[in-house]
Design a protein around this ligand. Structure first.
Ligand code: C5P
Length: 239
């Protein structure tokens, strides 16, 4: 699988209707892009949307963040594998056995002769603060140490990498090695609004910090000219 080596820019399709998706994709009839489909859109449009995106030749990161008992996750992953997307994910907090089961389900469900999707882990959500971790989750480790711990668990389960902030990439690479891949949201051009993201970095900075792939949502999807915005992001990211 060459997906991460290609340093993808995933456009987050955070939309809730087919019309909105179609309107957005109509800007991209001339080129193949990489998209992230999350829970909102998948729960609305399901596997048929994935088939359609695949037929259009786009690369797909299916961001459903599975988290359940190992058997359930294994069986669910087996079903997702049939969709032949390029990347999927699970919560590292589901534990080692669950992550291993996810990978097994993915491998066993992938049609023969097809590439197995990349599988990455969510460590702690960026909405989780030190305070939430300590007082609501009763975890005594500081957030950065806990994120690193979960990265090691994902590595033990032989997952391909993690979703994280670009700012965490150098530390994660230092502890887990350069081939442990990092997919980083929270990306904005200097000229764009941060919206509700607390810590944003530019595509340029993400590259310097060592991100393997970036996820960009509103900076492209809400732009007046999405195609132009995409090229602006891509230019910075691939330079
Ligand atoms: O619009 P924006 O570029 O902020 O969108 C970022 C995308 O990345 C959204 O789909 C969001 O859910 C996702 N994401 C994130 N932070 C994480 C994990 C995922 O912003 N830690």
């Amino acid at each position: 699988m060459e997906i991460i080596k290609q340093k993808y820019l995933f456009i987050a399709l955070d939309m809730d209707s087919k019309q909105e998706v179609d309107r957005f994709l109509s800007y991209f009839t001339e080129e193949k892009i990489a998209v992230k489909v999350g829970m909102e859109l998948f729960y609305r449009l399901g596997p048929s949307l994935i088939s359609e995106l695949k037929a259009q030749g786009h690369t797909i990161f299916l961001d459903l963040k599975l988290h359940d008992i190992p058997t359930t996750v294994e069986r669910a992953m087996k079903q997702l594998a049939r969709l032949e997307v390029d990347m999927v994910n699970v919560h590292a907090m589901g534990g080692l056995a669950m992550m291993r089961a996810a990978k097994r389900g993915l491998e066993n469900g992938t049609p023969s002769g097809k590439s197995v999707a990349k599988i990455i882990a969510v460590t702690q959500l960026t909405s989780t603060t030190d305070n939430i971790l300590k007082h609501e989750m009763a975890v005594d480790l500081p957030l950065d140490k806990h994120v690193l711990h979960l990265c090691h668990q994902a590595q033990l389960a032989e997952l391909d990498g993690v979703v994280c902030s670009a700012l965490e990439v150098p530390l994660i690479k230092e502890h887990c090695g350069p081939s442990f891949e990092t997919v980083t949201p929270g990306i904005r051009l200097k000229s764009d609004a941060a919206n509700d993201q607390a810590r944003v970095v530019t595509p340029n900075k993400a590259r310097e910090l060592g991100s393997d792939a970036i996820v960009v949502g509103r900076g492209i999807t809400q732009a007046k000219d999405p195609l132009k915005a995409y090229h602006n992001y891509l230019k910075e990211w691939s330079n």
